[in-house]
Design a protein around this ligand. Structure first.
Ligand SMILES: [Cu+2]
Length: 231
């Protein structure tokens, strides 16, 4: 474990030197070896008045996230927080603003944010499958202690993901296409879970009610709480 961390940090230092000398991460895509390893950083800021904030760092080599860390605070305490890397080929590759609040209810739900950040391409959970299929498997996401958590995980593979806006019937992006875009700084890290009514749990709060993603879940469990672009 320690050995892997050191290797990853060594590789990231080399990449950062390359970037400082004038190449954006996107420009490294025609290289090989270390040139396909990039270190991405995100500053997470609050959505939906959650008060959350944080940082994230990811070391990505080819189609593999060698290591990713998320440090978040100000979240709903003692609650699980779904977190993902979102990406869409047709998306703005940004965090959403209230300009995307299409039903003008004063909040950005997960679907309303898709034009900004695209669909889920990686589930940043603690164990098991990390594909979009796990995006709402809340029991495997980090739980905030007093509103904070420090998450890390190594060796997450990108996978082909349908609905990511690429040409073709189902808009499937290949693992390689998606990883190329993430390394180029177009991935958006989103943490979900906002206790709107402040009752200490995810509940069917009024007026938010059920989630647009799954009506059996409260909107509080799925609405975006923090967001940052991995650049
Ligand atoms: Cu998400």
């Amino acid at each position: 474990m320690h050995r892997n961390t050191k290797l990853a940090l060594g590789a990231s230092a080399a990449v950062m030197a390359t970037v400082v000398m004038g190449t954006a991460p996107a420009m490294a895509s025609n290289g090989r070896g270390a040139e396909k390893t990039v270190t991405l950083h995100a500053t997470l800021t609050a959505l939906n008045g959650s008060g959350a904030s944080g940082t994230a760092t990811a070391v990505v080599r080819n189609q593999l996230i060698r290591h990713i860390e998320v440090h978040a605070e100000g979240l709903t305490p003692e609650a699980p927080h779904a977190q993902h890397i979102h990406y869409g080929e047709q998306a703005m590759n940004e965090c959403p603003t209230l300009a995307l609040d299409s039903n003008a209810d004063g909040r950005i739900n997960t679907v309303e944010g898709v034009p900004a950040y695209g669909p889920v391409v990686v589930s940043l959970n603690t164990t098991g499958d990390t594909t979009p299929a796990s995006f709402l498997d809340v029991g495997r996401f980090p739980v905030s202690q007093d509103g904070s958590y420090d998450y890390s995980r190594s060796n997450i593979e990108f996978t082909d993901v349908a609905g990511t806006g690429y040409p073709g019937a189902d808009g499937t992006g290949t693992a390689r296409q998606i990883a190329d875009a993430i390394r180029a700084g177009e991935g958006v890290l989103v943490i979900h879970g906002v206790d709107y009514d402040g009752n200490g749990i995810y509940s069917f709060s009024d007026p938010e009610g059920g989630s647009e993603l799954d009506p059996s879940l409260p909107a509080e469990a799925t609405d975006p709480a923090a967001c940052g672009v991995l650049r």
